[in-house]
Ligand binder design. Structure first.
Ligand code: FA5
Ligand code: MG
Length: 456
């Protein structure tokens, strides 16, 4: 269950089921706070004298050792995903869509001839509870702190549950506009649209009074701050002028991004919601497969966070995008579980250099793969791409993937050799080894005659 925000809109967002509506109700009445405090206290009092059954005394994550304690609840399966960095892996759908989003911000926000937003895509997913929660004003009793909701390394460290965990640190360094991209981890349900390991892009943009009001015709009487009351549509310290401009900028930016990704016809709607670190807050939903799918959360940043970051004289907006869900819509991928697939039938469909290449996902064949290798000595002017072309031209749709799996240099003959693995699979039937051998032989013969390679 995604719990960093609570949706309050009439048509509740896809990531929150009925149980969350009940939670919302409990949250408002205070019963939830009471119940959660008890659970957390009981949890803290639970003195565990035994070693962690899975990891012993310590757990190693990305080369760092963390002492285990009674908070440790990370699983080896999840640990194996840390460091995969699919958002930085070429030809992965998450890398392609991340490049599209990054380019959108590079192209649309330019200051002094340079991109306004700086990009951080290699920040470690290991954060403190302080970074993940306290820095973002998440109440001590908030449901997202429960051990059942996040992956803890110990009572101090956890795997970030959202990229918002880096907001305050980056603001403290003096940054005004940045994007943070990375893997995030939640003990969430698994279904078509939820997975315990997924990827987010965080965006933050801060404004001085001059920057926010510079395009307003008569801005002499406008200011960012006033002493007021917290209302559903603004924080106590913000003027209505500032909030309305911020909301307009934020929603226009994200609306344009969604249309840039999905085309002008995409159906998009906004839902009011609650996050501890923004007010007011919204979620965007897009129509996907006939249903509304929540793809991002956003809002006007809580002024207290900007104060803590040394930027109290500015105001800002922030958003957090769910990359898998956006990619599901962009490439028509029906199930989020496919992103963790190592199946070449899935991955090979995203094997393009240009992120703007239109791709529509074709369901992976249920039939078995046949894998044949081919090794040859290469001439000096050999290019792997020429071989890929030959293989694809001859094998057509039966070829799922061609990869260079080995290279070898013979010191005596001074010749180089390449070994390629070709994965064959038919969409509608089981291929026989005989059928595959025939195509494979044809590829060998054509490579020898056209490229001058010598089959080994
Ligand atoms: C957050 O994570 C907030 N940090 C977003 C935010 C940032 C709000 C900055 C305001 C300002 P939420 O829990 O709603 O919010 O998650 C954001 C997005 O991540 C969702 O809209 C969804 O696209 C994606 N997401 C959430 N849970 C999962 C999951 N289990 N599997 C896949 N995607 C998920
Ligand atoms: Mg949400």
């Amino acid at each position: 269950m995604a719990v960093l925000g609570l949706a309050t809109g009439a048509g509740h967002c896809a990531s929150f089921g009925t149980s969350v509506r009940v939670l919302c109700q409990m949250y408002r009445t205070g019963n939830l706070t009471k119940m959660l405090s008890n659970v957390l206290i009981a949890r803290r009092n639970l003195h565990n004298t035994q070693q962690n059954p899975l990891f012993g005394d310590s757990v190693n994550v990305l080369g760092q050792t963390y002492q285990t304690d009674d908070w440790t609840n990370i699983s080896p399966k999840v640990l194996a995903k840390v460091g995969q960095n699919l958002h930085n892996t070429p030809c992965n759908p998450l890398n392609l869509i991340r490049k599209r989003i990054q380019n959108f911000f590079y192209n649309n926000f330019i200051k002094g001839g340079r991109p306004l937003f700086s990009v951080y895509d290699k920040i470690s997913p290991v954060v403190t509870k302080e970074q993940n929660f306290d820095n973002l004003l998440v109440p001590k009793s908030h449901v997202s702190r429960l051990p059942g909701e996040s992956y803890y390394l110990n009572s101090t460290y956890m795997l970030r549950a959202h990229t918002s965990a880096h907001q305050l640190d980056l603001i403290r360094t003096g940054l005004n506009s940045f994007l943070v991209m990375g893997d995030v981890y939640r003990r969430d349900e698994i279904d078509r649209t939820h997975y315990p390991v997924f990827h987010q892009i965080e965006g933050v943009r801060l404004f001085t009074s001059f920057e926010l009001f510079q395009d307003v015709r008569d801005s002499t009487n406008l200011s960012l701050f006033e002493d007021g009351q917290r209302l559903p549509d603004r924080q106590e310290c913000h003027t209505m002028d500032a909030v309305k401009l911020l909301e307009h900028q934020l929603k226009t930016t994200l609306y344009n991004l969604a249309h840039n990704l999905f085309g002008a016809d995409a159906e998009i709607r906004w839902v009011d919601c609650y996050f501890p670190f923004t007010h007011p807050s919204w979620e965007m939903e897009v129509k996907f497969d006939g249903q509304w799918l929540e793809v991002l959360g956003c809002g006007i940043m809580e002024q207290q966070i900007l104060h803590a970051g040394g930027a109290g004289e500015k105001v800002g907006w922030a958003f957090g995008l769910g990359l898998e869900r956006l990619a599901m819509k962009l490439y028509n991928i029906p199930d989020i579980r496919l992103f963790s697939s190592k199946d070449s039938g899935f991955l090979s469909q995203f094997n393009v250099d240009n992120p703007d290449t239109p791709i529509t996902y074709k369901p992976i064949s249920q039939y078995p793969q046949c894998i044949n290798d081919i090794s040859f000595w290469i001439p000096d002017d050999f290019s792997s791409n020429d071989f890929y072309d030959i293989a694809r031209n001859i094998g057509g749709d039966l070829i799922e993937q061609v990869t260079l799996v080995d290279t070898f240099f013979h010191p005596k003959t001074q010749r180089h050799s390449h070994c390629y693995r070709i994965v064959y699979r038919h969409l509608e039937k089981t291929l026989t080894q005989g059928e595959v051998n025939e195509i494979h032989k044809n590829i060998e013969d054509t490579a020898a005659s056209r490229l001058g390679v010598e089959i080994r």
